[in-house]
Design a protein around this ligand. Structure first.
Ligand code: NDP
Length: 331
């Protein structure tokens, strides 16, 4: 039998955590033959709720679940973890300034970087979900220099999945037949969902989405804004932000990173830029990637038209601004 993998979830008593943790325990994230030990971290105020989740995990009688650590101690939570899912952070509440959210989260991510650096497994894979996700990941990368920088990523898979879903709905096709959309840039409203390389598998082979959807106007306007603003639409409808789809996307991100992407398919991940597509090196930027043997690589050589270029640069510029703002808080 395989050795159990230790998975840390921070902010585990929150709403994404509540949807995510049973998925991990059921093998959705790492496969049906991979035992797991789940480490759950939350803050003191959430300790009792966290204990409730711990009791429910016991009651789930999950065959793959080999252990649970529920704690408010960061060092204990990070101890020897192989995978770290960072959900914990100050949520943006109504009337709260973006700057204020950023300042508090940047200091949280600096502290958690130090804890992961000291206590996690040396090759720990990190996925940051809490917003501003790209910039939190950037801070984590800077303050955990002993973790390979390629192991620090942020979530844009939900945006990617939302784009697949919109195309499938428009064409009335199965979502599993749509592939190779791209989310470029920041997990924010400046992200650029790009369909120029996306295809649909039909009875007559693989056909490009641009050929199937002749309505350029829809693709260049409504499609993009629907994906960019989907999170807000869900908050409006549910009165809470997306949780089940966010949790599912977290599983997809880690699943594909660890177990590989299917031949001919890429996914979107927020990863460290090394200058591909002219994006400033060092930023955590969402690119199309393929994964093999636990490593991602950016899909190279895609043709970028002028429309895309402008949108990719705009979201890169926002990330540069967020970076300098974040550093100004760290003094
Ligand atoms: P959620 O579980 O709903 O969200 C967690 C984080 O994920 C938030 O930062 C949220 O950003 C982000 N997020 C939400 N939806 C998406 C999405 N679709 N795509 C990407 N990111 C998304 O928040 P809760 O408030 O329910 O839970 C947060 C937990 O964190 C709580 O249990 C709390 O106790 C804990 N916490 C931990 C802290 C720490 O580690 N020091 C500090 C403060 C809280 P957004 O707010 O923009 O939706």
């Amino acid at each position: 039998e395989k050795e159990p993998v230790k998975v840390l979830v921070t902010g585990a008593a929150g709403q994404i955590g509540y949807a995510l943790i049973p998925m991990i325990a059921r093998g959705v994230m790492l496969g049906p033959d991979q035992p797991v030990i789940i480490h759950m971290l939350d803050i003191e105020q959430a300790a009792e709720a966290l204990h409730g989740v711990e009791m429910e995990l016991i009651d789930g009688a999950f065959p793959l679940l080999r252990g649970v650590v529920a704690t408010t101690d960061v060092a204990e939570a990070c101890s020897d973890v192989n995978i770290a899912i960072m959900l914990g952070g100050i949520p943006r509440t109504e009337g709260m300034e973006r700057k204020a959210v950023m300042s508090r989260n940047v200091s949280i991510y600096k502290a958690q970087a130090l804890a992961l650096e000291q206590h996690a497994a040396a090759d720990c894979k990190v996925l940051v979900v809490a917003n501003p996700a790209n910039t939190n990941a950037l801070i984590l990368k800077e303050f955990a220099p002993s973790i390979p920088e390629k192991n620090i990523t942020c979530l844009t898979r939900l945006d990617h999945n939302r784009a697949l879903g919109q195309i499938a709905e428009k064409l009335q096709e199965h979502v599993s037949d749509v592939k190779n959309v791209i989310i470029w840039g920041n997990h924010s409203s400046t992200q650029y969902p790009d369909v120029n390389h996306a295809t649909v598998t039909t009875s007559s082979g693989e056909i490009s989405v641009r050929d199937l959807i002749a309505d350029d106007k829809w693709l260049n306007t409504e499609f993009i804004t629907t994906v960019q603003q989907r999170g807000a639409a869900i908050i409006k409808a549910r009165k809470h932000s997306s949780a089940l789809s966010a949790a599912s996307a977290v599983c997809d991100h880690i699943h594909d990173w660890v177990l590989g992407t299917p031949e001919g398919t890429w996914v979107s991940m927020g990863v460290c830029s090394y200058g591909s597509y002219g994006i400033t090196p060092g930023l955590i930027y969402s690119f199309p990637v393929t994964c093999q043997n636990g490593k991602w690589s950016i899909v190279q050589g895609l043709k970028i038209d002028e429309f895309s270029r402008a949108k990719m640069d705009a979201t890169a510029n926002e990330l540069l601004e967020e970076k300098s703002l974040a550093y100004s808080f760290l003094g």
